[in-house]
Design a protein around this ligand. Structure first.
Ligand SMILES: *Cc1c(COP(=O)(O)O)cnc(C)c1O
Length: 440
C-alpha cells in the first residue's frame, strides 16, 4: 500500500496541535484546478481546444488522486520568495509583497507620519493612486510642474514649492522614464524630507546604477494587470533600505501582526506602527495571496526580456517618427538612465503640426489606435474640486503641465503589440500628422 494522503499543518497555528488549524478553512480540489487552468488558458475558438482540455482534465484527475493539498494560501512561502527575489533584484534591504501598490504607498505614508495639514509634493501629472492616502487623511497635495521633455516632475520646481510644512517628495517615473533623482535626494537631505518613489511604471529601470524604487527612502511597484509585469491581476511591492521602517512592513501589511515570525502572545503582539516621529499609526489589511506571489515570481523571470522588447519597440517608433517634422520623439536614455518603456510618450510641436494633441488623439482613435490619455493634471480632477482645491490657481503654478497636456502629448502602447501592429501604429501617427498639416 502507498502512502496515505494527509493535509498539511496550517495558517495561524501557534504550535503543535492534535487538531489542525486548517479545519477552519476550505481547500481547492482537482476539479477546481481544472477551472483555474481553463481561466488562464481559455478557449480561443481554435480547433483542438476541447480535445486538449479533455486530456488535461483527465491528467489533473490523476494528479489530484496522488497530490497533496496547497494548504497555505496567503502570506506564506511564495510571498516570502517574492520578497527575497525583490531584495536581490532591486538591491533593497527590505521588500514587502502586498495586495496592490496603493496599499504599499499607504504603509509608507503612515511610516512617514503623514497627517492633516502636512504637505506632500508630487508631480502634477500622475495617477490618482499616488495621492489617495494623503488626501484621505487631510494632508495637502502640492503639485510640482513637469519637465516638458519627459513629463516627469521637475526638481527645480520642487525646490520652489518646499515650505516648513512639507513632509515628503513623491516622484513618479511616468511611462517608465527615470525621474532625475539626485537633486530630489539632495533637497530631501537639506530639508529633512522623506522621498517615496512611485515606480508603478518603472519596475526594472535604473538611475545612476541603482534600480528605480530602491533610491528613495521608500519606493515600489504595482503588479496590476496593465503594468510591465503582474501578479495574476493585482499586486504590489514596497521597498526600503531604512532600518527604522523596513522591519515594520510585515505588521503594516496585516493589522499590526507580523507573521514573518512566531506570534508569541496575541494580547501583546498586535501593535501599531511607529512612524518617523515616534507616533503610533494603525495598520489596515493589505495581505496578498500565495498565488499572486507565484504570479509575480513567474513574470519576474521575464522582466528583463520584456523591457528589452519594449525598448526595441520604442526605438522603432523613434526611428519612424523622427522622419516627420513636428513630431518630437521620446527622449533616449542618457548615461544615467535606463527606462522601462512602459508607455510611449508621443509629443508634437503644435505650431509645426498646425493643431494640438487633442485633435491628433481624435485622429489616432479614428484610425484604431489606443491612446492613453488619462495621465492629466491631477488638480483638475473633480475629486480635487470637491475637496476645495482651486484648479486655476494651481494651474498658474504649473505652466508646463497646462501647455503640454492641452497641446502636446499623449501616450501610446508598446507591448504586447505584434510587429504588424507596431508598424501600423507608427504609420498612423505619421499619416495623422500629415493630414493635420494639410488642414484635413
Ligand atoms: C497603477 C499605478 C498605481 C497604483 O497601483 P495599484 O497596484 O493599482 O494600486 C500608482 N501609481 C501609478 C503612476 C500607477 O500607474
Amino acid at each position: 500500500m502507498g502512502k496515505e494522503k494527509s493535509g498539511g499543518d496550517f495558517r495561524y497555528s501557534v504550535g503543535e496541535s492534535k487538531v489542525p488549524w486548517h479545519a477552519v478553512g476550505e481547500f481547492y480540489n482537482g476539479k477546481d484546478a481544472v477551472e483555474i487552468v481553463k481561466f488562464i488558458l481559455p478557449d480561443s475558438g481554435m480547433d483542438g481546444y476541447d480535445a486538449a482540455l479533455a486530456k488535461v482534465t483527465a491528467g489533473i484527475k490523476d494528479l489530484a488522486a496522488v497530490s497533496g493539498t496547497a494548504t497555505k494560501l496567503t502570506l506564506g512561502k511564495k510571498v516570502a520568495e517574492a520578497e527575497a527575489i525583490s531584495c536581490e533584484y532591486f538591491g533593497a534591504k527590505y521588500a514587502c509583497f502586498l495586495d496592490n501598490w496603493t496599499g504599499g504607498m499607504e504603509i509608507a505614508y503612515k511610516l512617514a507620519g503623514i497627517g492633516p495639514g502636512d504637505e506632500i509634493i508630487m508631480p502634477a501629472i500622475t495617477f490618482i493612486a499616488t495621492m489617495a492616502y494623503p488626501l484621505s487623511v487631510g494632508a495637502k497635495i502640492v503639485f510640482a510642474d513637469i519637465d516638458p521633455e519627459t513629463i516627469n516632475m521637475d526638481p527645480a520646481d520642487v525646490a520652489r514649492k518646499i515650505t516648513p510644512r512639507t513632509k515628503m517628495i513623491v516622484p513618479v517615473h511616468l511611462g517608465g522614464y527615470p525621474v532625475d533623482m539626485a537633486p530630489l535626494m539632495e533637497l530631501a537631505a537639506k530639508h529633512d524630507l522623506i522621498v517615496m518613489e512611485d515606480a508603478a511604471h518603472g519596475m526594472g529601470g535604473a538611475y545612476k546604477g541603482k534600480k528605480l524604487g530602491a533610491i528613495g527612502h521608500f519606493g515600489g511597484f504595482s503588479l496590476h494587470e496593465v503594468k510591465n509585469i503582474n501578479a495574476l491581476g493585482e499586486g504590489g511591492i514596497l521597498l526600503s533600505n531604512e532600518d527604522w521602517a523596513g522591519p515594520q512592513f510585515a505588521g503594516g501589511r496585516f493589522l499590526g501582526l507580523d507573521f514573518t515570525r512566531k506570534i508569541k502572545d496575541w494580547l501583546y503582539d498586535i501593535s501599531p506602527l511607529t512612524d518617523r516621529f515616534g507616533k503610533p499609526q494603525v495598520a489596515l489589511n493589505h495581505s496578498a495571496t500565495e498565488i499572486q506571489a507565484l504570479g509575480m515570481i513567474l513574470q519576474m523571470q521575464r522582466l528583463d526580456e520584456i523591457i528589452a522588447i519594449r525598448r526595441k519597440a520604442a526605438e522603432y517608433m523613434n526611428s519612424v517618427l523622427s522622419q516627420e517634422p513636428g513630431i518630437l520623439v521620446e527622449k533616449a536614455d542618457t548615461a544615467d538612465t535606463y527606462g522601462t518603456h512602459h508607455l510611449y510618450l508621443l509629443r508634437i510641436d503644435p505650431e509645426i503640426v498646425g493643431g494640438n494633441i487633442q485633435q491628433l488623439s481624435a485622429k489616432l482613435a479614428a484610425k484604431g489606435l489606443t491612446n492613453i490619455t488619462h495621465f492629466g493634471p491631477m488638480y483638475r480632477f473633480k475629486i480635487m474640486q470637491d475637496l476645495g482645491y482651486n484648479a486655476d490657481e494651481i494651474a498658474a503654478t504649473c505652466p508646463n503641465t497646462e501647455k503640454m497636456f492641452y497641446n502636446s502629448y499623449t501616450h501610446l502602447p508598446l507591448y504586447p503589440l505584434t510587429r504588424e501592429q507596431l508598424e501600423y501604429q507608427a504609420r498612423a501617427v505619421v499619416e495623422a500628422v500629415r493630414e493635420m498639416k494639410a488642414g484635413k
